[in-house]
Design a protein around this ligand. Structure first.
Ligand SMILES: [Zn+2]
Length: 132
């Protein structure tokens, strides 16, 4: 039986669980079971770490996605967020206009709908970032 990809990835997508290498202290998100910095020594030395979800905007871009089948879509903000714990993640910024975003802006993780498959399909949720 094949476990769907979105199910396997559920834990870190929904709860921002990272892993931390006990040897060198580096934090990985998405989580890794082996630390690339320490190699084989890190096997069995990776511990789970719950991230706070707070971070700041490291860099961002305004995406003009153009038209889909139904309507002209609003531009949206795609940013690289530096989390408090150190890892950087890419995510959409919501609840802010493009001209309100700046590098260093404090943000927090929020759960939002990402996409829906088909008219009555499965709705996928994931994290985005909002001003805090
Ligand atoms: Zn390490």
């Amino acid at each position: 039986m094949v476990v769907p990809r979105h199910w396997r990835e559920r834990e870190h997508r929904y709860r921002l669980v990272a892993t931390k290498c006990k040897i060198c202290g580096r934090i990985y998100f998405p989580p890794r079971s082996v630390c690339p910095n320490c190699g084989r020594k890190s096997i069995g030395n990776m511990e789970k770490l719950q991230l706070s979800g707070n971070g700041t905007v490291y860099t961002y871009t305004i995406v003009h996605s153009g038209m889909n089948a139904f309507k002209l879509q609003k531009p949206y903000i795609l940013a690289i967020i530096e989390l408090e714990e150190g890892p950087r993640v890419t995510g959409q910024i919501v609840d802010a206009e493009p001209n309100e975003v700046y590098i260093g802006m404090p943000v927090r993780m929020v759960f939002r709908r990402i996409r829906q498959e088909g008219a009555s399909g499965i709705i996928h949720y994931g994290y985005k970032f909002a001003p805090r």
